[in-house]
Design a protein around this ligand. Structure first.
Ligand code: 13P
Ligand code: ZN
Length: 271
């Protein structure tokens, strides 16, 4: 099954697929152990910085081989692709899906950049996600502005993308103020476009609010910060209490915390 078909099926069932970022072997294994236990499909996300850290070919081979070993249905996705060139490189390496994020550009420029990637992705039958509106990135302030229904309709019409990341009150990283998703705006956008709607910045959003968003049209839920945070906190805690230098004994303790986190998240998004 393609990622487009799987997302459509989830959209119809009013469920969501969790799209998780991985950073190394351990976080990948944590994601897959949890997915295997919960018997759910996964979207494995790589950002430019994770690709630069692990190496593109290495990260893809690791993800593909691990999916096979864990017998988990999964798709590889470029998260927040910031250029046509990066998206093209990922498509050449067999990514199932790419995001082109030109949301900081004007509407017209965003359409133009997105369309260049849409054309490239079509050669591979790959899924394509774009972003419209301002979803605060790490270190940026939230501005309280949401994606409008008219803009969303027009953007989908002019690009033909499969998935759209919308600004409805979420933000990347830790929340400084309590998140409060604009479910009314989400409902309106969902009624206006049949594109898959994506929620970025899901870390720190309470379970009930996430479920409300899923019931009202979100089909892909992106999670990164909580994975990093859980892994690093557990690692720090373990290192404080041991002189063990065999990293193969130390890392699994942190991995198992990631497994617990993700089992909870998979349960939440599967409703
Ligand atoms: P968080 O930083 O809230 O985990 O958001 C992840 C995300 O949107 C990745 O694209
Ligand atoms: Zn994001």
């Amino acid at each position: 099954m393609t990622i487009q078909e799987r997302l459509k099926e989830y959209q119809q069932k009013k469920k969501a697929i969790l799209a998780t970022n991985f950073y190394n072997l351990e976080t990948l294994q944590g994601i897959l152990q949890a997915a295997s236990k919960c018997n759910v499909p996964v979207i494995l996300q790589l950002t430019r910085s994770s690709i630069e850290y692990m190496g593109l070919k290495e990260a893809v081979a690791l993800a593909r081989n691990s999916l096979e070993s864990f017998q988990v249905e999964g798709y590889i996705h470029l998260d927040h692709g910031d250029s046509y060139e990066l998206a093209k490189k990922c498509l050449e390496q067999g990514f199932d899906s790419v995001m082109i994020d030109a949301s900081n550009e004007s509407f017209e420029k965003n359409v133009e950049i997105t369309n260049s990637v849409v054309e490239e992705a079509a050669k591979y039958g790959a899924n394509i996600e774009a972003e419209l509106g301002y979803i605060a990135k790490l270190g940026q302030e939230q501005d309280g502005l949401y994606t409008t229904v008219d803009e969303a309709s027009e953007f989908v019409k002019q690009t033909g993308i499969n998935a759209l990341a919308i600004a409805i009150g979420s933000a990347h990283g830790f929340y400084k103020i309590e998140p409060n998703l604009n479910i009314e705006r989400l409902k309106e956008i969902h009624a206006a476009v049949d594109t898959i709607l994506v929620l970025h910045g899901s870390s720190g959003i309470p379970d009930a609010m996430l479920q409300d968003a899923i019931r009202n049209g979100i089909t892909k839920v992106n999670l990164a910060t909580e994975i990093k945070n859980t892994f690093m906190k557990a690692l720090k805690q373990t290192l404080l209490n041991t002189d063990e230098i065999d990293l193969r004994k130390v890392f699994p303790k942190a991995t198992s915390q990631v497994v617990d986190l993700l089992i909870d998240k998979y349960k939440t998004v599967s409703l």
